[in-house]
Ligand binder design. Structure first.
Ligand code: FHN
Length: 469
């Protein structure tokens, strides 16, 4: 009798545990992400040592691809890890810079295509603890700093391409895409025969073995050892199989609230959101799926010492507003140096974006896409409030006649003001439902000034494809 009672109580306990673990819906998981709108991408690894130059030659294309583009042998590339010694790495300062820029989450390359793990791992010696003088896990202190500042943390993981751990795949690139290698004919013939690989050391295991020996255990480590994770950001599904994708996807159950992208394997593992790269979609390309544009500040993801071709603060702020006005997120990249520092230009751009966000952030966070589509003078975002709706008109080109014109306006204006100055603005709505907002002669912000219009009720969705005059 006593035994039966104990069994019953134990069963009740287990059942309670199972049922109290609520399964989150996609909308519940995506809620913070949809409100965040702005995040930081970080591409960091051994490639920051050569920083775009190998054997005295500047290797073409993006910095983190130097091993593949330059056809650097495995042993030579791994020797560079000895110089990867980020003694100036200050995760607290990194997270603070992201936060001050107005970013709400960070996604860092835990392992890029060169296979180098920025974390302690039992699955491969090719990691920061075992292969560098620095010898410490880089992700642990970042996770702590994110927690301290209330920034969500996500990990990028190159699940298929891995040029150092044997068996990993390699997208085939011709030697001419890196530099004018005199052995190009031989090398290109070799990569053709060897699925893109250029060094026999890359092929001592099969892809399936690589997945079981490296990718699966490492993803398990990442999902277990760093607390709550916001995002798992897969990349380049080169040669992925359904079997491998299924194994990796099933691990996500370790983090029930995690969000993933659409790059695990195409097309049958769509994830939670799309990932337009280096471009902002046109309205006509959007189908209601969540999306996030990832973009570099200059021309490379991983640090290249000689790429100073940075976008202007104006371009980046306009991009952020444009993306929000279309209902997407902006994941803006920083490529730190081998010493663990953000490039000076990135620091400056982050600070400038932060200055704008500090004043105008309410036009971005928690907003939804513009009901009017695009305006040729700027963009619109919308937010539902307790008493109605707030419309944010971000004006890029200040009208010379001082009048901002919004067609098809069917609501009653409750309040109108310029966010930067708090100045109330006079508005009129004509019989043909055109809203005219009277602006002061000078824009408070030369990049983008935000006008907030509070109205009663909801705005009827009416997304158009063409810029409205
Ligand atoms: O090959 C990578 C590239 O290095 C970079 O990581 C970008 C970021 O989205 N993803 C891949 C290219 O699509």
């Amino acid at each position: 009798m006593k035994k039966t009672l104990i069994t019953l109580v134990t069963l009740l306990f287990i059942c309670q545990g199972v049922f109290s673990q609520k399964v989150l819906t996609k909308d519940e998981r995506m809620q913070w992400w949809r409100e965040a709108r702005f995040g930081m991408f970080i591409h960091w690894g051994v490639y920051s040592v050569p920083a775009g130059t190998w054997n005295g030659r500047q290797i073409g294309s993006i910095g983190e691809w130097i091993m593949n583009r330059g056809k650097i042998p495995v042993a030579d590339y791994q020797a560079m890890a000895k110089q990867f010694n980020p003694v100036n790495y200050d995760p607290d300062a990194w997270v603070k810079m992201a936060k001050d820029a107005g970013m709400k989450y960070i996604v860092i390359t835990s392992k890029h295509h060169d296979g180098f793990a920025l974390f302690e791992t039992k699955a491969s010696k090719w990691n920061v603890v075992d292969a560098t003088l620095y010898g410490k896990d880089l992700l642990k202190p970042l996770a702590e700093a994110c927690k301290k500042y209330g920034i969500r943390l996500g990990f990028y993981y190159s699940q298929a391409q891995d040029w150092n751990n044997p068996g990993g795949s390699a997208a085939r690139k011709l030697t001419k895409e890196g530099w004018a290698n005199p052995d190009s004919v031989t090398i290109d013939a070799y990569t053709k025969e060897h699925k893109g690989h250029w060094d026999p050391a890359q092929e001592t295991k099969t892809f399936a073995q690589y997945i079981d020996d490296v990718a699966v255990p490492q993803v398990k480590e990442l999902l277990t050892n760093y607390g709550d994770l916001a995002v798992l950001w897969w990349d380049t599904p080169t040669n992925m199989t359904d079997d491998a994708a299924t194994k990796l996807q099933s691990l996500l159950a370790l983090q029930p609230a995690i969000i993933t992208n659409d790059r695990l394997k195409r097309p049958n593992f769509p994830g939670d959101h799309k990932t337009p790269e280096q471009k902002i979609p046109n309205l006509k390309d959007l189908d209601g799926t969540d999306w996030e544009t990832c973009m570099t500040m200059n021309g490379t993801w991983g640090y290249k010492s000689y790429d100073h071709n940075y976008k202007t603060p104006e371009t980046l702020i306009h991009n952020l507003v444009d993306i929000a006005s279309k209902g997407g997120n902006f994941l803006l990249n920083v490529g730190p140096t081998d010493l663990g520092e953000f490039p000076a230009e990135s620091v400056d751009l982050l600070a400038k974006m932060g200055q704008w966000m500090k004043i105008n952030g309410e036009a971005i966070y928690g907003t939804k896409a513009s009901p009017w589509g695009l305006f040729d003078w700027g963009r619109c975002t919308v937010k539902t409030t307790k008493s109605g709706t707030s419309l944010y008109f971000s004006v890029f080109n200040w009208p010379v006649d001082g009048k901002l014109i919004i067609p098809d306006f069917n609501n009653k204006v409750v309040a109108a003001k310029l966010i930067a100055t708090g100045t109330s603005l006079k508005t009129t709505v004509s019989k043909d439902n055109t809203l005219t907002i009277n602006l002061p002669s000078k824009a408070p912000d030369t990049i983008a000034s935000v006008v907030r219009i509070d109205v009663r009720g909801n705005i009827e969705a009416n997304i158009g494809n063409e810029p409205k005059k």
